[in-house]
Design a protein. Sequence first.
Length: 457
Amino acid sequence: MLFNSFAFLLVFLPAALVMHWLVERFKPQWRLPLLVVLSFVFYAYWDWRFAPLLAASILVNWLVAQAFLRTRQGVLITLALIANLLVLGIFKYFNFFADLTNLLSPLTVPKWDVALPLGISFFTFHHVMYLVDLKAGRAPRFGLVRYALYIAFFPQVLAGPLVRWSEIMHQFDERPYKRPDAAERFGRGFMLLILGLAKKVFVSDPLAEYVNPVFAKAATGAAIPTLDAWQATLGFTFQIYFDFSGYTDMALGMALMLGIILPQNFDKPYASTSLQDFWRRWHMTLSRFLRDYLYIPLGGSRNGLGVQIGALFATMALGGLWHGAGLTFIAWGVAHGLGLGAGVLWRRAGLRMPAAVGWMLTMLFVMFTWVLFRATSFDAALRIYEGMLGLTTHGGTFKWRAIALAAAVACLGPTAWTAVQLVPPRRWIAVGFAVVLVGVLLTIGDSANYEFIYFQF
């Protein structure tokens, strides 16, 4: 069920909160098993056929961890990591590599028509983080229930944030409703949930109406007028931000209502003055994962300039492939790898840039590369680029008010997490958020219900 659906907002979430409160009050030892059950119910609602895959993934990885702790045989962890990535590769990339093989060789590899299990990239990476840290001696032993909750916790199982075991496991032992600030934390979590919903329903989804028709037209090979191309590119730039940051706000809010603090995932990325700064602010948990579990093992910045540039390039190319099984996603990652490499060379040369110029160049680079991320093919991306550069017919439409408002909020406003921490506990503020929630529910009932963009990854 979608977070922005009646089934979730009016049935599942209220029922989950009530059961969690009752168990926390009368049977606290049942709290973690209850959250595991709720998480599997939530996951199975999408497609019950993939719930056994999630359960098997949890059980097998946990058993491997227990075997490693008994034997200290590192090969067990290595084999488990290979198996996790192999499962991810089969479900997510089999058809992609089959197409490449058919294109580049005389072989004919049949395609496998199977649905992609939601959240497989995210729960696979959670396994990887724990197993790698376990092998390195940084992670301790955990019971099956705690490990299952770490992997399957319903606010973040489908699209993150990517949570390290060290950020969440210690919180499972707390009695969240016994805290003196329990009511305030619950209230701030509820505000985060509403702000995330508002981002999705009032900003991201309306922007999709300006974006989708233009990219659909580009996919047919038709010429895109200049204003249409810029509207679609700018629209998607802010659509994906409000969509994904809205999801994250909802995930953080629901977790806080359940007594668990998840890591923040966005910190005003469109206020960045360099590409390096952008990746420290955009999808922050993924950026840290790529840095610590890929970039640094590939050599990082401590083995010479050549190794650093190569590690950046490989990390971002693989990061692009992680986002989608398509050459346009790889090209998006490669472009960011080249951009980050250029930034390293610029800093190594001791050069400086005014902040305003850095911000403008960063925004232009990010916007232009978002075209590769959104387009369904290189040809479709080329049609958009031709329009943006004025190489096709001029004219078209440009919904500047909606885009300008989204840009102002994204670049100038505080993050939702910061905003709810600053809001004083006042009755009139609660009434205001209640009004926003009513508006969200009325809008959901009157319009198309878009899935979150990152569900496809």
